[in-house]
Design a protein around this ligand. Structure first.
Ligand code: NDP
Ligand code: 2IT
Length: 453
């Protein structure tokens, strides 16, 4: 079939997006994630009528199922508190539902649908048999005692357990859900079901966790940047890097940049960012890991400890850098931030967070022609090692760290190469189009095989 004109493709795209907006009113983040994918998928399927006829993208933009539930818990003062819990089971065409849980006051259906939709493409890119899902709650773990967090997690799992299973849906961590929360959640699942199975990933090493899972997302995002640089005959050595966030993804991104010879000069949290022109070396990173994971403090405390560093309100993108690795949250780079980064000479962005750059920001990076790795490709290392944790649990074995490091590196390189395969336009690689198309094909073709499901 000959390709319809670009104008006609644009008409189909607009009609599709208007339909998504109409069916999901007010869900801004979800509209954004679907638009970003559809912008690149419509031109790709323009001459492939089967995907239109079978309404594949329309079906992919509708979650298989959404579970919403009440999560009551009791705080230290004896007050009964009430949170909302969710699990969005988006698409299980290529494997059981898989994706993290986010505990943050900003969590709502729009945020979890955007994350579940993205997860479906990301998981497909890893090459492992995993479908897409996301869940969580508007619970805010900040300032809560361990007992309060435990009670909340137990109440959350008391409902969630009936919707998940090692071959059905396997949650993991995300913002606000780390090792402590996964421990409480797994303990409650095991207790209710009387079964010890790999129903969650990111578990502690004592109870079925995988080596490298904690580090995998941050490491993977930096490997992806290294792969893009190497493809152009360059590498990380001597590069100045701005990282945002100071949680799980950010801290291990810093560690990997240091291993590869770069220098990280910023970290942030929701109060502001620190700038350390001398670089965040191993000693300073150990301080941050203890600050965030043990003392549960704020990144501003960094400047009391390390001379020459400074704390500022806002986001770190005004600090001159060669490479940016956003690792905090969605929409933390808008058009103005992207313009400032490009103006200051930034040559590459690797997204550790999910959808950290808004659509206008992406367009700025693309017209500047800098290296831009979208989150579904760049941060897939975390869920990839989760997939490896599932395999180890099923086989009741555990692999060595060197093996897992190698598997992670290989998967990130394969994802890079898939992006090149589907995103190469002359001398330039459109990593966004490449990731979307490569992720789409596997899920779409599985759905075609299933007929009208
Ligand atoms: P953490 O909870 O460990 O850390 C989150 C960090 O981001 C904190 O520094 C937090 O600051 C900051 N942050 C969160 N929300 C906001 C906000 N609204 N504004 C400014 N800063 C904010 O989470 P992770 O490191 O696990 O997750 C970070 C990102 O990476 C998320 O987008 C997540 O979806 C994504 N991701 C995570 C994976 C994983 O394996 N954990 C895998 C793939 C992607 P503060 O403490 O002030 O809230
Ligand atoms: O966004 C993500 O990929 C994650 N939060 C990790 C999901 C997982 O199942 O490991």
């Amino acid at each position: 079939m000959s390709k319809p004109s670009a104008d006609k493709t644009q008409v189909y795209f607009k009609r599709f997006i208007n339909g998504v907006k109409k069916r999901n009113p007010g869900e801004r983040e979800f509209h954004q994630a679907v638009s970003e994918v559809a912008e690149t998928i419509f031109p790709y399927i323009a001459d492939k009528p089967i995907y239109h006829k079978m309404q594949i993208l329309e079906r992919m933009a509708e979650p298989d199922r959404v579970v919403m539930f009440r999560v009551p818990w009791t705080d230290e003062e004896g007050n009964i508190r009430n949170q909302r819990g969710y699990r969005v089971q988006f698409n299980n065409s290529i494997g059981p539902y898989k994706g993290g849980l986010r505990f943050h006051p900003s969590v709502n259906l729009s945020v979890l649908k955007f994350l579940g939709f993205e997860q479906t493409f990301k998981n497909s890119l890893t090459g492992l048999p995993m479908g897409g899902a996301k869940g969580g709650s508007d619970f805010n773990p900040k300032g809560k005692s361990d007992i309060e967090v435990m009670r909340f997690c137990q109440s959350f799992m008391t409902e969630l357990h009936r919707h998940i299973g090692e071959d059905t849906d396997i949650p993991a961590g995300d913002i606000g859900v780390g090792a402590r929360e996964i421990g409480y959640l797994f303990g409650q699942y095991k207790r209710i079901e009387n079964r010890f199975v790999g129903v969650l990933t990111g578990k502690g090493m004592e109870f079925g966790g995988s080596k490298i899972r904690t580090e995998a997302t941050g490491y993977g995002a930096v490997y992806f940047m290294q792969n893009m640089l190497e493809y152009k005959g360059d590498d990380m050595r001597g590069k100045t890097v701005a990282v945002s966030g100071s949680g799980n993804v950010a801290t291990y991104a810093v560690e990997k940049v240091n291993h590869l010879g770069g220098k990280v000069v910023t970290l942030s949290d929701s109060s502001g960012f620190i700038h350390d022109p001398d670089g965040i070396n191993t000693e300073k990173l150990d301080f941050v890991l203890d600050l965030k994971n043990v003392r549960r403090g704020r990144i501003s405390e960094y400047v009391d400890k390390f001379k020459g560093s400074s704390f500022h309100e806002g986001r770190p993108w005004g600090v001159a850098c060669d490479i940016a690795v956003p690792c905090a949250t969605q929409n933390e780079i808008n058009r103005e931030d992207a313009e400032v980064l490009v103006k200051n000479g930034c040559m590459g962005v690797s997204e550790g967070a999910n959808m950290p750059t808004d659509l206008e920001g992406i367009h700025v990076f693309q017209s500047a022609g800098i290296l831009y790795a979208p989150s579904k490709a760049a941060n897939a290392g975390g869920v990839a090692v989760s997939g490896l944790e599932m395999s180890q649990n099923s086989a009741r074995i555990s692999w060595a760290e060197v093996e897992l490091e190698k598997l992670l590196k290989d998967i990130m390189l394969k994802i890079h190469d898939s992006c090149v395969e589907y995103g190469k336009k002359g001398d330039h690689v459109d990593y966004l189009a490449g990731a979307n198309i490569a992720g789409f094909i596997k899920v779409a073709d599985a759905m075609l095989a299933y007929g009208h499901t």
